[in-house]
Design a protein around this ligand. Structure first.
Ligand code: ADP
Ligand code: MG
Length: 266
């Protein structure tokens, strides 16, 4: 990490507890424009809580979160969206009754500050821009299909196109590859990598398996039990003894599901 470049996203000493459960414990990290940062760790490590603190769904108990030097802690997601912060969800969220293009057009309407209602169609609104966004996520030929006819992997691409509709400077993706087949996972990460390079957008994505992040992340943060236990390049964190204890100590190899929930395997 280069300390002398100013960070787009800066998270400093953030804490969040649920009752007596310290879900996020003194987490600090920075993210630069044009950087793809992976937040990994076993289930229950605190990834989604950290993610939801950054995207405005949760407010930290203490600590600071700033975007381009402006405090964003406690601002609701729609306010962050208008500041140029987009997110995708672990469970893809689209309007199934609309066409693929119309879903993107709805996101463009929202990005332009218009009120949304899912039963209203946006058939003519910025159609060319919507099709251009679809082309960027390799759905260029599917604009007229009903979105509920898409495969799961394509729904994730559509969701990505919708997240790009407000020309974000920061894109937040919570387990974007959850539920995807291995080839689709790697393809989605490769696509995200290309978008980072082309647009200079900063991306924070959470992921529980390590294999998905090796090839495409610039930097990896590793959480376990609420704390950040390592950060560095994929090669650095892979060699880190604390990371190995979390991933290999469970008896499971990189890339398998839910390593923390299972004990050592025979
Ligand atoms: P991850 O995304 O890494 O799997 P989470 O951030 O979802 O982990 O969860 C971290 C810890 O916080 C877990 O112990 C989880 O049970 C707890 N937790 C998460 N969200 C809530 C919530 N809304 N209410 C109570 N406990 C929660
Ligand atoms: Mg999670």
């Amino acid at each position: 990490m280069t300390a002398n470049r100013s960070a787009l996203l800066s998270v400093q000493h953030v804490h969040k507890a649920f009752g007596g459960n310290q879900a996020v414990n003194d987490v600090s990290f920075q993210l630069q424009a044009g950087e793809l940062l992976a937040l990994i760790g076993p289930n229950g490590a605190g990834k989604s809580t950290t993610f939801n603190l950054v995207n405005g769904q949760l407010t930290p108990d203490s600590g600071s979160i700033s975007f381009d030097g402006v405090s964003m802690a406690g601002r609701p997601p729609h306010a962050l969206w208008h500041m140029g912060v987009s997110r995708t969800f672990q469970i893809a969220q689209t309007f199934g009754s609309l066409t693929v293009a119309e879903n993107v057009q709805m996101a463009l309407l929202s990005a332009d500050g218009h009120a949304l209602s899912p039963w209203q169609r946006a058939t003519h609104y910025r159609r060319a821009d919507a099709l251009e966004l679809l082309a960027q996520v390799q759905l260029g030929s599917q604009g007229s299909q009903p979105s509920n006819a898409l495969s799961y992997g394509d729904v994730k691409r559509l969701e990505l196109a919708m997240a790009l509709a407000n020309a974000p400077r920061l894109l937040l993706m919570d387990e974007p590859t959850a539920g995807m087949a291995p080839d689709d996972r790697l393809a989605l990460m490769a696509l995200t990598r290309r978008l980072v390079n082309q647009r200079g957008v900063a991306v924070l994505f959470t992921e529980h398996s390590m294999d998905v992040v090796f090839e495409h992340a610039d930097r990896v943060l590793v959480m376990a039990r609420g704390a950040l236990i390592a950060q560095g390049t994929p090669a650095q964190v892979q060699k880190d003894p604390a990371v190995q204890a979390v991933y290999f100590g469970s008896g499971k190899m990189f890339g398998t599901n839910h390593p923390s929930k299972t004990g050592p395997q025979p």
